[in-house]
Design a protein around this ligand. Structure first.
Ligand code: GLP
Length: 240
């Protein structure tokens, strides 16, 4: 495990954008797993800037997002699909057919999950970007998730609903279920980049990186990955 420490959120965003850039430059047809949430937003902004300067080319990059809310369609402003367009894809030269995000309004959600997993397996993820939830979740794999699970429909923990309610006008509008890549899907990525920022992530980051490997803290399984880079700011690293 490599830990790259940054002085603040801005530097964490720049460092992580550098790591993603290196991946895209070394392998222009990289298959990249992407995350939503506040943490990677600065990284996306930085990548857009470097793309606009002509330093990056995403035309052969393929992406798979970690998760999507069940019940929210592409057009819904709160969907992760919309988040990704707004914060990244609309500003770079990625081909829309190379973007993969599960549909939260598919008629058959279980089929949508198994198809998504099949597609991921057929490509193979070279590089997976992750954030970490307050309770140690990655994607939407909540505490007590079996480490051997693939993409599937999951129920969100109360803490997650509360944390994500800041993105919604009304906390009651936060969906209770999501489609999420499983722990096994994530662990099969060749490389992983974990991002963390802020004091509120310090305790869970310590548990994830140095605590017991236990489904109570889903991210703790990352200790077993053979190629993981953590980019975190001083606040998030303050308990390590
Ligand atoms: C969300 C997402 C995760 C994300 C996490 C942390 O629920 N499903 O992929 O990593 O919560 O979000 P944030 O970066 O906003 O703290």
């Amino acid at each position: 495990m490599r830990i790259i420490s940054a002085k603040d959120y801005q530097q964490m965003s720049r460092h992580s954008a550098n790591v993603v850039s290196a991946q895209v430059i070394l392998k222009p047809d990289s298959v990249i797993g992407l995350a939503t949430g506040s943490t990677p937003m600065g990284m996306y902004t930085q990548l857009i800037k470097w793309y606009q300067k002509g330093d990056l080319d995403f035309s052969n990059v393929v992406t798979f997002n970690l998760d999507e809310y069940v019940g929210l369609g592409k057009e819904d402003e709160h969907s992760y699909y919309n988040f990704m367009l707004k914060n990244f894809f609309d500003h770079i030269n990625i081909k829309k057919e190379n973007v993969h995000i599960p549909s939260g309004i598919a008629d058959d959600i279980d089929l949508e999950c198994s198809e998504y997993e099949r597609k991921i397996k057929s490509y193979g993820i070279d590089f997976q970007v992750l954030g970490i939830g307050h309770n140690g979740h990655i994607g939407f794999n909540e505490p007590y998730t079996h480490f051997g699970r693939d993409t599937r429909k999951v129920e969100l923990a109360e803490l997650t609903i509360l944390a994500n309610s800041r993105f919604f006008e009304n906390p009651n509008d936060v969906p209770t279920h999501a489609i999420s890549m499983g722990m096994r899907t994530i662990m099969q990525a060749k490389k992983i980049l974990l991002l963390a920022s802020g004091k509120h992530k310090a305790s869970v980051l310590k548990q994830a990186l140095y605590g017991k490997i236990d489904p109570i803290v889903p991210a703790s399984i990352l200790q077993l990955h053979t190629d993981i880079t953590v980019v975190a700011d001083m606040d998030a690293l303050s308990e390590i």
